[in-house]
Each structure stands twice: as C-alpha cells, then as structure tokens.
Design a protein around this ligand. Sequence first.
Ligand code: FEO
Length: 409
Amino acid sequence: MQAIRIRDGIYRISANIGNKDLFEGIWPLPNGVSLNSYLVKGEKIALIDLVKDWDDAPGQIASQLASVGVSFDQIDYLIINHMEPDHTGWLRELREKNPKLQILASKKSIPLIKNFYGIEEGVKAVSSGDSLDLGDGKTLFFEDTPNVHWPETMVTWERSSKVLFSCDAFGSFGAMGNKAFHDELSASEKDFFDRETLRYYANIVSTFSPFVERAIKKLENLEIDVVAPSHGPIWREEPEKIVEQYAQYASWMKGPALPEITFVWSSMYGNTQRMVEPVLEGIRSEGVPVHVHRVPQEHVSFVLADAWRSTGIVLGMPTYEYKMFPPMAHVLDILDRSHVQSRTAFRFGSYGWSGGAQKQLEEFTSSMKWNCMEALEFAGAPDADDLALGRERGAELARAVKKMCQADK
Ligand code: FEO
C-alpha cells in the first residue's frame, strides 16, 4: 500500500489490523481496525503516532514511508499524542533503528515512556500552546486533551494545512483497507463506520465523556479543515460532522439518549426466556426500536454500544445462587465502568427456591441513577398472568422512553 496524501507534505501511513485479536485484550474486532500514523514533511520530518508490532504493522508502515522516499532513520521527530501501546508498542525498535530520533510528548507521557520502554534520552515534554517548526511552512502545535482517554493524551495541529491529528479522539473500529477518507466510502461503508464509531466510543472512550466535552470546547479555538484520527476514516469534507457525532455521544452519558431500548437477557433453563417475547411485543406495540442481545452468547462490547445509545434498558435475568446471574452481572459491571447512567429500566426474571438478584440489582441501579419500573419476578415458570403483565410492562417502558425523549427536545 502507498502513503496517502492528505495535503502537500502530509501523508497518512496506516496499518490494517485483522480480526484475530481483541482490542485492549477485551473488545472484538470482527472487521479489524486501522492504526493510522501521519507523516509531516517540512525541512525536517515528523511522524505523528506509531504502531505496535501487530499484523506486521511496522512492515506495513515501512513500505508506505518508502513510497514517499522516507526511511525510519530519516525521521527527525516522533510526536506521541497518546501512550497506549497500540500507538507506541514499536517505540523501542524505532529508537534502535534511529538513535537520533527526538520524541515529543505531553508532560504526563514522560514517565510512561520510561516505564513502558526504558527510554529517557532524547525525550521532550510539550504542552498546550507549544509548537514545533519543521521548516518549509510546516508548524505543529500541541494541545493537551487530558483523559481522552488516558490522562496524558494530547492532539497535534498543523497550522498551514489546518489538519488536526487527534489520535484516539474521533476514531473508529474497522480496518480501512485501501481507503483513507470518509468521503470516499460507499453508503453501506458509511453505515458500517457509523456503527463501529459508536461501538469504539462506547467501549473505549465513554467513561471519559465529560473530558470529551471539555476537549471539544478547547478545539473550538482551532480552525480545522481535516480531522485525522489514529483509527478509522479521515474527515476532510465536513470535518465538523465527526466532532458533532462525538459531542452527541458524550451527551448520552447522563441520558436521555435516543428513543430506543436495549434488551439484554440471559436464561438458565428457559423460564426467564419465556418472558422475552411478551415484553418485546409490548415494546414493539409502541413503535420503539429495540436492540436485543442474549448473553453470554453475544459479547458485551455490542451490548454496551447499544446501551450507550438507548434511553431504555430491559434486563431479563434470573437469580443464581441468591444473586444476579453471572453473565448479566458481567454486563452490568461493564455498564457501570462505562458510566451508562440515568437510564429508564425494567427487569424480569425467574427464581427457584429463593430470589436475590433483584436486591443486588437495586444496589447497582441506585448508584447508576437508573429510574426503574417495578420488577417482574416469578417462581419457576411464568404463568399466563405473568406473561400478560410482561407485555404491559414492555409497553409501559416504551411509553416512558418516548416521553423522556420528547421532554428532552
Ligand atoms: Fe488507540 Fe487509546 O489507543
């Protein structure tokens, strides 16, 4: 693959990563992910963000650098916007190939560079307002954007081209293949990246939504013609769209989100499962879109993405050993860590000799500020009255969701 020109002297250098590994060791990548680095050529040469040795990413970027006549030992500066190893894992090897390489990173990155890679020499801290003149009209400016999504994160902006190199911010899952820009994707590819951008946000960034809002506020001071993140498409037409998209995602942390419901359920022997269809019928009777996930069959990554966009949550969960059924407890733990707050929720589920799940759930929902309808618990199998009540409660939840979203307009 060739380096792809963004503006004169500015290129995307990207590695396509396949679907065999989990991102951060947790999140599935059914359609891979791209690791985007950027080359800025003035009289001096800067590389912005790196890769880890993953699906021959170093080989992939070496050949793209070669396509514009650059080798690793010709790079003068490496700009590290973010220390997570998907962007720094190959740092020690790069330094060995290029001992004179100068590394620029935020103040909080400096101890991490030492701790992760044992590198202390040739490292310089930069912070908001600092700049680096590369000559030939290219100047890089740095802006701290803490906690988007690690404490040390920053962005880099090139003045002559108005390109923002935003690293994880404004990124997406999904490998880009030979394409680079959002405007060259087909309609179905745009839909795909819409979904994967939300899943990426919910999985990686959502916990830090207040910091995303602060970072977006800071960036209002910059004129931005191109948003160039380190994962997913580059936005050169309507770059404000991806910023608005992220602002909307961040606003969903405290709800209401979209007038939709995420329905996540689990069943041991089919008794809790019997209530799934009646509750779904109730929701659908009110015309509210519903995203259904069965766990542990489906990965929590996809549940989280839908929960993040949904104002309503249904939990179908039996009691297991006096507590919440473990696959559902795992989902709720992830929703808690990701700060899926202020949802409107309804839970149903079966118990055998004793309940217990509901008590444990109520501790969770009160800390998450969820507004919960009365739960529907049944001993063993649900009877006809239970099933009718389940349908009613589904419709009631759907009406509550519509009302909340209308009130928020
Ligand atoms: Fe793409 Fe937080 O690393």
